[in-house]
Design a binder for this molecule. Sequence first.
Ligand code: SAM
Ligand code: ZN
Length: 292
Amino acid sequence: MPAPTAALDAALDVLVCPLCRQALEAVDGGARCAARHHFDLARQGYLSLRGGAATASGDTAAMVEARERVQASGAHDAIAEAVVAAVPEGAHWLVDLGGGTGWHASRVLEARQGLRAIVLDASVPAVRRAARAHERLAAVANDVRAGIPVADGSVDVVLRVFAPGGGEQGVSELRRALAPGGRVVVVVPEPQHQHELVAALGLLQVPAGKAEEAAASIPGAVHRATTTVTRAIEASRALAADLVMMGPNAFHRERGDVEAALSALPEPIAVSIAVSVVELELPAVEQGSRTP
Ligand SMILES: C[S@@+](CC[C@H](N)C(=O)[O-])C[C@H]1O[C@@H](n2cnc3c(N)ncnc32)[C@H](O)[C@@H]1O
Ligand SMILES: [Zn+2]
């Protein structure tokens, strides 16, 4: 039977059953709630908290590998730096929704010694990697559209970097999961993001207004800041193919076709990185709980 990592063991103080929301305790081979719902701990060290009708399978292994190469290349370092800067000192628990391999969460953990983090991601290839990304990072396979499986008010910071939100239910889940005064940090692409590749390959265009939408996404929350990060990178054809195939274009395009189209372009290929990091803060006292 696999044993939970220290990070996962600590995270069981915060994680709850996705089916009945009761606390979880470690048992042989996984975790269990008082209603005896059992969740498997994978040999690779991640906990599977899938429940209900949720079916998302997330990014494929090929997409995850492409994203790993892009992040290892340094192309997204400026994004990670802006994410780290948005996480307040003194936070105890961070949850990274659609956190992939845990690359951003690990960068935050390196900079915030007292912090622990949980990556929630639907992709098994991603959470396998997240499980060994950092000693204070717990990895959980989970469909975030079905809710955030943490106790009420247990989280100080929620990250969502290029990852799906959960619509209206997602907003009420954020409010429930976050402690009063908790922060939400959302990273969204701007229309200029990778525009050279969009034009050359006829890719999906990033619509305008995503940052404004994120800033207004939680009624009653304070919009603390939007930081736009822009960088010009010089990509090899292989890196350019990874920049395309690590994202949603991978669901519509074959890598071979993308590589064939890129082979017509001279190297290096200039690619713009343009994203916004949106910071929101919940009220410090829940509305309605203040005595007159
Ligand atoms: C574009 S990637 C970003 C990964 C990570 N945030 C990063 O920046 O490195 C989007 C991530 O969201 C995950 N994802 C997509 N739908 C999801 C869902 N319904 N629940 C949980 N994760 C999901 C994917 O598996 C993928 O890892
Ligand atoms: Zn349960």
